[in-house]
Design a protein around this ligand. Structure first.
Ligand SMILES: [Zn+2]
Length: 326
C-alpha cells in the first residue's frame, strides 16, 4: 500500500512542476513536532520537524498565494479567478501538536489552515490504531513475535530495521481488513509484545483538547472540520452506522465549539475509502466540502467532494515545490 502510494506520489510530483498557475494545491499534514523521538516512534516523519514546517510556511507565504478552504469555495461559486499559485494548508486527525507547534507557526506567517478532527478522540487518552501498533513494537524487548495475519507470521523485531519492517507489514495487512480484524490484531500484538500502549509514551501520540480547539476555532485564520469519530473508514460502514458516525462526529464538534461545521475529510481518504453514499450523508448534514487524500492538484472546477491533496511530512513524501533547499 505505502509502496504504491509512494509511486503515485513520485509521478504526481513530476507533474507538479508543470502545474497551471490557477490549479489549487491542498497540502495535507498530520502533525508538526518539536520532540525527540525514541526508537521507531515517528520514524516515517508523519509528524514533521518544527523547523522544516516553518521553512515550508515561509516559502508558501513568499512564493505562493495561501488561501483558506472557504476562499477556495468562494472563488468556485462566483467563478472568479483564483490568485496565482493558490495553496490551502490542511491537517488531518487532531493531534495536540497541531495546537502547540503548528498553529503558532501558521500564525506567524499568517497562513490560513483547515484542521479536520476525529472528534471522538478529542480530550481523551485514546490512541489511533497505527500508534498502538508502533508503541507496542517500539517498546518491547522481545526479539520476535508471532502474529496471525492471513496465516501465522513470525516477525523478528530485535533491531531498528526489523521493527520498522514488521510495523509496515502489519500496518499494510490491517489497512485491507475491516476494523474488527484490525482490533483483533492489535490485541494479539499487545499480548505478544507484553506492552500496554499509552498516549504519554510519546508527545506525538497526544490528542488536542476541547479548550485548545476552541482557541483555534476563535482564530479567524483557522477552520475546523470533521474527520469521523474514531477514524473509522466510512465506506466500510453500513447505511445506519454511516449516518450515525457522520452525524455524531459533527454533533460533538458543534456542541463543544458552539459553532456550525461545514467541512469534512474522509479518514484514510483513498478512492476506496469513500463513495456517493458517504457524500450524500455529508451533504444531508450540511457539509459543503470534503477533500480526499488522493494525490493530485485541482483545476478550478473540481467538485468540492473530490478535491485531491498532496500529503507532506512522511520522509517519502517531500514538500512538492521546486526549491526544496529553500
Ligand atoms: Zn486521518
Amino acid at each position: 500500500m505505502m509502496e504504491s502510494l509512494k509511486t503515485v506520489y513520485q509521478k504526481k510530483l513530476k507533474d507538479f512542476q508543470k502545474r497551471k498557475n490557477n490549479e489549487l494545491t491542498i497540502l495535507l499534514y498530520h502533525g508538526v513536532t518539536n520532540s525527540i523521538s525514541k526508537g521507531i516512534e515517528n520514524h516515517a516523519g508523519k509528524h514533521m520537524e518544527e523547523k522544516n514546517f516553518a521553512k515550508q510556511m515561509k516559502y508558501i507565504r513568499n512564493k505562493c498565494s495561501p488561501i483558506s478552504i472557504d476562499e477556495y469555495l468562494f472563488y468556485c461559486e462566483n467563478e472568479t479567478d483564483l490568485p496565482p499559485n493558490p495553496v490551502v494548508v490542511s491537517f488531518d486527525d487532531g493531534f495536540k501538536n497541531n495546537y502547540s507547534v503548528a498553529a503558532p507557526i501558521l500564525d506567524e506567517f499568517q497562513i490560513p489552515a483547515v484542521f479536520y478532527i476525529s472528534s471522538g478522540v478529542v480530550n481523551t487518552n485514546m490512541m489511533f490504531w497505527v500508534d498502538v501498533l508502533e508503541d507496542c513494537i517500539n517498546l518491547t524487548k522481545k526479539p520476535y513475535i508471532n502474529v496471525y495475519l492471513n496465516e501465522k507470521v513470525e516477525f523478528f523485531i530485535d533491531t531498528y530495521e526489523q521493527k520498522i519492517a514488521a510495523l509496515n507489514s502489519i500496518k499494510a495487512y490491517c489497512k485491507t481488513r475491516p476494523y474488527f480484524d484490525t482490533k483483533r490484531v492489535l490485541e494479539d500484538i499487545q499480548v505478544a509484545t507484553g506492552i500496554t500502549p499509552q498516549v504519554d509514551h510519546a508527545e506525538n501520540y497526544k490528542k488536542i483538547t476541547w479548550d485548545e480547539l476552541k482557541v483555534m476555532n476563535d482564530n479567524s485564520l483557522f477552520v475546523i472540520g470533521g474527520h469521523s469519530l474514531y477514524h473509522n473508514i466510512l465506506s466500510q460502514l453500513d447505511a445506519n452506522m454511516l449516518d450515525k458516525e457522520i452525524r455524531s462526529s459533527l454533533d460533538l464538534l458543534e456542541i463543544n465549539l458552539q459553532t456550525s461545521i461545514y467541512h469534512y475529510s474522509y479518514p484514510e481518504g483513498q478512492k476506496n475509502h469513500y463513495n456517493s453514499s458517504v457524500i450524500n450523508i455529508l451533504k444531508k448534514y450540511g457539509v459543503v466540502c470534503s477533500p480526499s487524500a488522493v494525490p493530485g492538484l485541482n483545476p478550478i472546477d473540481t467538485d468540492p467532494f473530490h478535491l485531491k491533496r498532496i500529503m507532506v511530512g512522511f520522509s517519502e513524501l517531500p514538500f512538492p515545490y521546486l526549491d526544496t533547499s529553500l
